[in-house]
Design a binder for this molecule. Structure first.
Ligand code: ARG
Length: 582
């Protein structure tokens, strides 16, 4: 990777001029403005400050010591002490040739591969998966794919909500309100109906409130927790019915999990966790409950965390502590990443802090990757017209239906089954991309028209850009020509500014992928691919490909193919499927 080579050379030069400098702090990043150079470092300003020397003089001394013939031809000191580097065309040609020969695809895998556990999606049993779970599923899957691509060991675990007080109510509903025919037709809808009905009767303050039902629900829950055979069988049935629905959705989204250890998996570990916390003095009794207090932490001071309620029951916090411990002992991870919406921030701060006190020697880095809400065009949380939560299955149906209109409009002559297949990829891709593109911490407005637009930073635009490059090679094949990338690489030259710009942009893939993994932000990759598609368009408009004369023609075909490969790989990392044509 060219910027890594510059970094290496730069570190060597710095070591000559300032041997005490920390090489890890010497970083090279793309120049924000291509007029000044391709890459830039600002590390020498901090270094000069530490050494109390003039930053421009230090930068000049480093520039003089910088020795990389063939890599950069001009190194310039700029502004208060930046160093700007410009790649030579030979360095670019060399790197592209290596890529064409299959030695790399413009990224390096992680120097120190890590074990990363990703906890995402995690819907709840007997409730339909709704749009709230879609962001977790899509973001989590994109992160898992990124980590895998970079050579990390990734373990995905779907922490399904299959335990908790809702089962008391569900059991009452199952025993008194269940409509077997409705359960047969649409199990989740029926489970949701009985849950709602009983929940209303159990909610003090609601007109339907009824104390007897509340007591019944408590009784059913206690019997389930005690292992009562009938209740356990019903509970299992509800889980199985829900899992069928989850599996259908994951199949449509192309998401898979290595494990789906639900909350109930940890039931018999909870008492042990509480005991350990108690004997370590991390929790103490308060009003009958066992509670962790965080007096020394300003952000948690006013938010103590209960790990055992006054009725003796454990809760979500206890379960997450047991889960984290289990994951540590089972997989020995370097990082555990939880992907949920922003409303769970406090919960994870508490869990991580309790865990730190409980197991101070653990080297694991837990991270909460949170995201904002999906809003309707009215800027309120996305709902159906009648105010219901939108079901994920309906949303995906609509996406495919709407994408079909786009695809049929573009390719009226394609047979319908093929149109539908493309529409599936475009529709699902559009929903995913719309979810990945915004900064994950902001809310975003869900708009069919925007996400399905063929122009702009959208899935259809990017998929179309990639299929357009494919069609160049299809034309080539139709005229009986063969093209072999590795052989063609020998003819590579870069002369036109648009060729150079495209070649340079391809080299940005590495930094972007690593930034996505480090900051858990797939939107960086979305923007990179969008810019790449733009650079390609610029190149294609300025530089004829099939109409050019050899060897330029072959050289440009190499650029086309490498761009296609990066686009395809990037889209794949985001979880998008690429149709052959569009
Ligand atoms: N089931 C939870 C929900 O739907 C999300 C679980 C997230 N993972 C975890 N380990 N707490 O809100």
């Amino acid at each position: 990777m060219l910027h890594r080579q510059i970094e290496e050379r730069l570190r060597a030069a710095v070591a000559q001029v300032a041997p005490e400098a920390d090489p890890g702090a010497i970083l090279v990043r793309p120049c924000p403005d291509a007029r000044f150079g391709d890459y830039q470092t600002n590390a020498l300003m901090a270094l000069a400050k530490a050494r109390r020397t003039n930053p421009r003089q230090l930068a000049q001394a480093v520039a003089d010591a910088f020795d990389a013939p063939g890599l950069c031809d001009q190194i310039e000191v700029a502004g208060p002490g930046f160093l700007n580097f410009r790649l030579t065309p030979q360095a670019l040609v060399h790197s592209l040739t290596e890529a064409a020969r299959g030695r790399h695809l413009f990224f390096a895998t992680a120097a120190a591969p890590q074990t990363v556990i990703l906890d995402f999606s995690s819907p709840n049993v007997a409730k339909p998966m709704h749009v709230g779970h879609i962001r977790s599923t899509i973001l989590g899957d994109a992160l898992a794919r990124t980590f895998r691509l970079l050579g990390h060991r990734v373990i995905t675990d779907n922490h399904i909500g299959d335990w908790g007080t809702q089962f008391g109510m569900l059991l009452v509903g199952w025993k008194t309100l269940l409509d077997p025919a409705a359960l047969e037709r649409d199990p989740i809808a029926e489970l949701e109906r009985i849950y709602r009905a009983v929940n209303a009767r159990c909610s003090e303050g609601k007109p339907e409130f009824d104390r007897t039902t509340l007591e019944q629900a408590r009784g059913e829950l206690v019997r389930l927790q005690a292992g009562d055979a009938e209740n356990t069988a019903i509970w299992r049935r509800m889980i199985a019915l829900s899992q069928e629905q989850f599996a259908t959705i994951y199949g449509r989204l192309g998401v898979r999990f290595d494990h789906a250890l639900g909350e109930s998996f940890y039931n018999d570990r909870l008492a042990g966790v509480v005991r350990e916390l108690e004997s370590a003095g991390i929790v103490r009794e308060s009003e009958g409950a066992l509670v962790a207090f965080f007096d020394d932490l300003p952000q948690l001071q006013r938010h103590p965390a209960i790990v055992r309620k006054s009725d003796g029951a454990a809760n979500y916090t206890t379960t997450d502590l047991a889960t984290l411990q289990y994951r540590l002992t089972t997989w020995n991870p370097d990082a555990v990443i939880y992907v949920t919406d922003g409303r769970q921030q406090l919960h994870f701060q508490q869990v991580f802090e309790i865990f730190r006190r409980w197991q101070p020697q653990a080297r694991v880095r837990p991270a909460h990757v949170w995201f904002g809400s999906i809003l309707g065009e009215d800027n309120r949380p996305l709902k159906t017209r009648s105010g219901e939560n939108i079901k994920l299955a309906d949303l995906l149906d609509e996406a495919e239906e709407r994408a079909l209109q786009v695809v049929a409009g573009k390719n009226p002559d394609l047979p319908e089954p093929e149109q539908r297949q493309i529409a599936r990829m475009v529709g699902i891709g559009a929903v995913k991309y719309a979810d990945l593109l915004p900064n994950r911490q902001s809310d975003y407005v869900f708009s069919w028209d925007k996400m399905l637009a063929l122009n702009g930073n959208t899935a259809p635009y990017l998929l179309y850009a990639a299929t357009r490059i494919r069609s160049i090679f299809r034309k080539l094949a139709e005229s009986g020509e063969t093209f072999d990338l590795a052989t063609a690489a020998a003819h590579l030259t870069l002369n036109e500014p648009a060729e150079l710009a495209l070649a340079k942009h391809l080299h940005g893939f590495d930094l972007v992928l690593h930034a996505v993994a480090e900051e858990h932000r797939p939107n960086y990759l979305c923007n990179y691919l969008y810019e790449l598609a733009g650079q390609f368009t610029g190149f294609y408009e300025a530089c004829p490909v099939l109409r050019a004369e050899d060897p330029v023609r072959t050289s440009r075909l190499v650029l086309c193919e490498l761009t296609l490969r990066v686009l395809a790989r990037g889209l794949h990392v985001l979880g998008l499927e690429l149709p052959d044509r569009m």
